[in-house]
Design a protein around this ligand. Structure first.
Ligand SMILES: Cc1ncc(COP(=O)(O)O)c(C=O)c1O
Length: 258
């Protein structure tokens, strides 16, 4: 899949036809490195048709983008507290369905740290298998209360609105969006830097002059892209401030006054 594009159902179907023995497919719901959201419900349906388990990296989607684990037939979903859940890093959040538990029973490999049965048994006693990171749990509890109070549909709508606001603001600055327009993510926006403008210089100026922290690109795009996260604890004023900082930094680099 080329960077900036989504995995298409046709490509996935063809890959499974070429590899009929596949038992599980790992799908990334939201591609944080390129600002792309994959069409998860369609992809999951193809994997299930094939009889394989649907394993989903929802690290930068869960809590920010619609994610219907049961309705979409997802068997194993994994997320991290540091993204749309508004918490410090440290907690893995999972949803594990009955087919995944069946696979657990028949899996023969050794396990210890990632033994979900140990976690399930401990959870039944309100515990974790090892020392619980209590401060992270308190933060997560507070975050969940905030999300419940807002209502999950409104949380998703807020992310959609923030995504729109970020993208139109970026375009109003005369900058280009990296992702294919049909796949835009509502939790992270990837902005292509104009020719000759270093993303490292831009992110450095945004931090130094505006106290705004954004990511540069990854891999071959490290210095060619700036990524704006707008998930979790984020509102319109944050986006507007970030866009001012971005426009200012790009202009300074272009003028050579940085
Ligand atoms: C889509 C996605 N998957 C996995 C990870 C890795 O998460 P962690 O650094 O918590 O292991 C990230 C982190 O940014 C991510 O965005």
């Amino acid at each position: 899949v080329p960077w900036g594009k989504a995995l298409t159902p046709a490509l996935l179907r063809a890959a499974l036809e070429r590899n009929p023995d596949v038992k599980a497919v790992f799908l990334t719901h939201n591609e944080t490195s390129t600002g792309v959201t994959n069409p998860l419900p369609e992809l999951a349906a193809i994997v299930r048709d094939h009889g394989a388990l649907v394993v989903v990296d929802a690290v930068s989607s869960a809590g920010g983008l619609p994610l219907l684990t049961d309705e979409w037939g997802l068997d194993f979903v994994l997320s991290g507290s540091q993204k749309a859940w508004m918490c410090p890093p440290g907690l893995t959040i999972t949803a594990i369905g009955p087919r995944a538990w069946d696979a657990y029973q028949s899996a023969a490999y050794h396990r210890f740290f990632w033994d979900f049965e140990a976690a399930r048994k401990a959870a039944a006693r309100g515990m974790t298998p090892t020392t619980p990171p209590l401060t992270a749990f308190y933060a997560f509890d507070a975050a969940l209360d905030m999300m419940l109070e807002e209502g999950i549909d409104r949380v998703w709508d807020r992310h959609a609105a923030l995504g729109d606001r970020t993208r139109s603001g970026v375009e109003a600055l005369g900058l280009a969006l990296f992702a294919d327009p049909t796949t835009y993510s509502n939790t992270v926006t990837a902005v292509t830097m104009p020719k000759g403008v270093s993303a490292k210089d831009v992110t450095g100026l945004m931090k130094r002059n505006h106290d705004v922290v954004v990511g540069a690109g990854q891999g071959y795009l490290t210095d060619a892209m700036v990524r704006i996260g707008h998930m979790g604890w984020c509102n319109e004023a944050d986006i507007d401030g970030c866009l001012v900082a971005l426009g200012d930094a790009v202009e300074q680099v272009q003028r050579g006054t940085n």
